[in-house]
Ligand binder design. Structure first.
Ligand SMILES: [Zn+2]
Length: 431
């Protein structure tokens, strides 16, 4: 049972930690953890580890040795702090990625100083997602400071490589048991999705490379060769005229935002055909004997992956049979299944309750058009209750002059703290 006086004390403590929250966010921004290449991971992990130890956590550092991006120059470090109450109980885990994307052009403030103005903290990663990491840590520290962590445990992790697929971060941890049921019960990822929205999951993704092959010949006698680019033209036409309309008719029950992402989609990522051109741009006169296409297919929780693949192969067979001498091959680059936490899961209900209480309106439940680290947690880990919830405005992520609102961080820290307390106590009553 959560008492009103506990909540009042908790919220007052979070309000009083405003300066500390801003300072922590600035400190995190000052680590230029740009990925690629994956810089400064150990330094930010040491910083987080020291802070969590000082508040009583057991801290572990995990390097994702053996993943393709890990090297001695750019080691893939992760940090996990566990705060345990004397009495055993459920575990609520807050996971944030520590990496940020390249700064790019167009900045009017220095990107790694954490400039504070007009109630905002500016910098690369302010919104995505060092502001969320800071807010979740302040939420945990407030619970401990108020003496409210009496049962179960809270965890906070800072993980590598989310921006490049998460294989050296949450992917590695999930494969090694860190997100197994029994260890962790509820996971909140404080990605910037606006502080009154809860993100339940994301669509599936299938990246594949298709190569169409023909037969080389003299460019002056194209009838003696088999042109792979022409075959690719057939394929692109079939996809655009037949497959895409079918995909557009498939609408998911997932609350994806923006709404266009509620339909199955396919993107032509790249096409490369024929012989490479030399520096002077005068290629040799040959019939193109190969053409490659990379597709990015986003599929819905209602679609079967075997079908997603089969309908591409079906089109390729038609292209092949229409022109003698053509063939094709298909290489799968990456597949992640769609994932969605049930809207009536206690984690979602509890966050919704506290959002409504603090914002005077019910939370908006959404799903993401693209993937984030939730895929690893539900694919390799056995935790089923995982959502993204955090401060920051989604549209600002990866932009120049990225910022996070200080008020937003305080509000979401309150939601996270109150929700964690409710989840730890609710289980105690057998709910
Ligand atoms: Zn992010």
């Amino acid at each position: 049972m959560v008492h009103e006086q506990d909540i009042a004390q908790l919220f007052a403590r979070i309000d009083a930690s405003r300066d500390d929250l801003v300072a922590l966010t600035r400190d995190l921004i000052r680590f230029p953890t740009i990925n690629p290449p994956g810089a400064d991971y150990r330094a930010i992990c040491d910083f987080l580890g020291a802070r969590m130890s000082a508040h009583g956590a057991t801290v572990e550092f995990v390097r994702a040795k053996g993943v393709p991006d890990d090297s001695d120059e750019f080691p893939r470090w992760n940090v996990i702090g566990r705060f345990s109450a004397p009495e055993p109980g459920p575990c609520v885990h807050f996971n944030s990625h520590i990496d940020v994307v390249e700064t790019g052009l167009g900045w009017t403030v220095p990107p790694f100083e954490g400039v504070v103005k007009d109630g905002r903290v500016y910098g690369r990663g302010a919104c995505d997602m060092k502001g969320g990491l800071a807010a979740s840590l302040i939420a945990i520290e407030a619970l401990i400071g108020c003496g409210l962590l009496t049962r179960g445990s809270l965890e906070c992790s800072g993980t590598a490589d989310e921006e490049s697929g998460g294989f050296g971060g949450v992917g590695h941890l999930a494969r090694n048991g860190w997100f197994d049921r029994g260890r962790v019960d509820h996971v909140i990822i404080p990605e910037p999705l606006n502080p009154d929205r809860i993100c339940l999951g994301h669509r599936g993704v299938w990246w594949a490379e298709i190569e169409i092959t023909g037969a080389i010949g003299h460019g002056a006698m194209p009838f003696l060769g088999v042109n792979a680019i022409a075959g690719m033209g057939d394929l692109l036409k079939l996809i655009e005229e037949e497959l895409m309309p079918r995909l557009g008719n498939r609408v998911t029950a997932m609350p994806c935002m923006p709404e266009g992402a509620r339909r199955a989609t396919l993107n032509f990522n790249s096409v490369h055909g024929g012989q490479p051109e030399p520096g002077d741009g005068r290629p040799s006169p040959v019939v193109a004997d190969r053409c490659r296409l990379v597709i990015d297919r986003r599929y819905l929780v209602e679609e079967e992956f075997t079908e997603v693949k089969a309908e591409i192969i079906d089109l390729l067979e038609r292209v092949k049979s229409a022109r003698a001498g053509l063939d094709y091959s298909l290489r799968e680059i990456m597949t992640f299944e769609p994932t969605m936490t049930a809207p009536d899961a206690p984690l979602v209900k509890t966050l919704d309750h506290w959002i409504e209480r603090l914002f005077d309106r019910p939370a908006t439940l959404i799903a993401s058009p693209g993937t984030y680290d939730q895929k690893h947690i539900t694919r390799h880990g056995s935790v089923r209750a995982c959502v993204a919830y955090g401060p920051g405005i989604l549209d600002l992520a990866h932009q120049p002059d990225e910022w996070v609102g200080i008020e937003d961080m305080l509000m979401s820290a309150k939601v996270m703290a109150a929700a964690a307390l409710t989840l730890l106590r609710a289980d105690a009553e057998g709910a």
